[in-house]
Design a protein around this ligand. Structure first.
Ligand SMILES: Cc1ncc(COP(=O)(O)O)c(C=O)c1O
Length: 417
């Protein structure tokens, strides 16, 4: 077996968009030592408005004009970030009543907010009907509940159907369709269901076809789009009323691990242009929505902790930080990954390693569990207590997707700059 030399080993995607200062990382126009003083202490997440705005703008300019972008709040529900997104996307996807209230308070119009997710309660559905947002119903029970509640509230509920298509999004970090799934209504059940819906009691708005998430393969996304449009055409032909939109899902991923590259949008976009042409008669007055979370915000955020101890155990150097798994579960490898890999990391106040000595280190958090890993066997500039450890690609599924109360450690700060 041949050994891979360090030069041949896959590298992380380029993070140089943060390196506009030679030694210290800058985000949102501020150095991390300044942000530390601004928020009061490490650990913190910092998100860059300009990076988010640029990402959305470049995606919009790459995609056909007819495609509308919706932001999935679950990726990052920081209120200031959600408010910021109002001016950059045309709608929000929410996954709970709390996210719905946040979306409404942000100023996004109710008819541009959709509520997906299995297990919506009586209370969730009632609140959604009163608010006037659209329920992406995931079962016959949810549809019946919405109709009943609509009648008792004397408000017609806005309803769309989340479909569980027979196909899946291949090579995806998270598959959410195909086969048996708790999400959506199986596509083969829809002809009968669409025939029997009491359209006079509801505003039937459309279909939501979300096949998966975190995909970096353009050909897999293209195949999903081909199948999604074909299914959408069939569903439109089975629906006796005019619908407002087809939500074609999202799935665009970002590079987290060594060897992963950023998605190239050219082929995805030209395929979408062709599909819009091919199905133009069916989809003429119907909006086409793409629903994205991490692609819009994931690359615009960093997680910063401080080294509080450095020690060597039987030849391995450990950097022990004040933050870890409890703030950044996905980086620790405990949020759905099968094999743990490192996110890109840096010593944030020693960015430029050219004149720095480097060393091989394991970076861990303060929790008393071997699962609390920030980075495993990484070569970084020699660092000391009080230096900053930065984890890139941390703008999505960070703070809100982590068990902050685990071991009763202090909570963290978040700031949008
Ligand atoms: C229904 C739905 N919409 C949107 C998303 C956001 O996915 P991502 O952040 O990968 O774009 C998810 C993720 O699980 C989802 O389940």
């Amino acid at each position: 077996m041949t050994k891979t030399s360090p030069r041949q080993a896959p590298k992380h995607a380029d993070m140089s968009h943060f390196a506009n200062n030679k030694n210290e990382l800058v985000i949102g126009g501020k150095m991390i030592s300044q942000i530390d003083k601004l928020v009061g202490s490490t650990p913190f997440y910092a998100y860059d408005k300009a990076l988010i705005a640029n990402k959305v703008a470049s995606l919009k300019s790459a995609l056909p004009e007819k495609i509308q972008l919706h932001y999935a709040i679950k990726a990052n529900p920081l209120p200031s970030l959600v408010h910021f997104m109002v001016d950059h996307v045309s709608g929000f996807d929410v996954a709970s009543k709390k996210e719905m209230l946040l979306a409404l308070q942000s100023g996004m119009p109710a008819n541009e907010i959709s509520f997906a997710g299995p297990g919506k309660t009586h209370d969730d559905i009632q609140a959604a009907i009163i608010a006037g947002i659209t329920l992406h119903t995931e079962s016959k029970t949810e549809i019946s509940r919405a109709i009943e509640l609509g009648e008792s509230l004397n408000i017609k509920p806005n309803i769309a159907i989340r479909v569980n298509p027979a196909f899946e999004l291949k090579a995806s970090g998270m598959k959410m369709s195909g086969g048996s799934k708790p999400f959506g209504i199986d596509e083969e059940l829809l002809p009968k269901l669409l025939n029997k819906l009491p359209y006079d009691k509801i505003n039937f708005r459309g279909f939501h076809i979300f096949a998966g998430s975190q995909n970096l393969k353009a050909e897999a996304i293209i195949e999903m789009h081909d199948k999604t449009f074909a299914l959408a055409q069939q569903l439109v032909s089975l629906t006796p009323v005019k619908i407002a939109y087809i939500n074609i899902g999202g799935g665009l991923g970002i590079p987290y691990f060594p060897g992963e590259q950023r998605l190239l949008l050219d082929e995805i976009s030209s395929n979408l242009t062709n599909l819009l042409k091919q199905y133009q008669h069916t989809l003429a007055d119907i909006d086409i929505v793409m629903e994205l979370g991490r692609y819009l915000v994931g690359e615009a955020g960093i997680y910063v902790s401080k080294i509080v101890d450095k020690k060597i155990s039987r030849g391995t150097t450990y950097l022990i930080c004040d933050g870890g798994l409890h703030h950044h579960l996905s980086n620790s490898g405990n949020f759905g990954q099968v094999i743990r890999k490192n996110y890109p990391v840096a010593i944030g106040n020693k960015l430029c390693a050219i004149n720095e000595k480097v060393e091989l280190v394991n970076i861990v958090g303060p929790l008393c569990t071997p699962l609390d890993i920030l980075a495993d066997k990484v070569m970084l500039p020699v660092s000391n207590v009080d230096d900053y450890v930065v984890v890139y690609q941390s703008g999505a599924y960070g703070a809100s997707a982590s068990p902050q109360d685990f071991l009763s450690q202090p909570h963290l700060h978040e700031i949008l700059l």
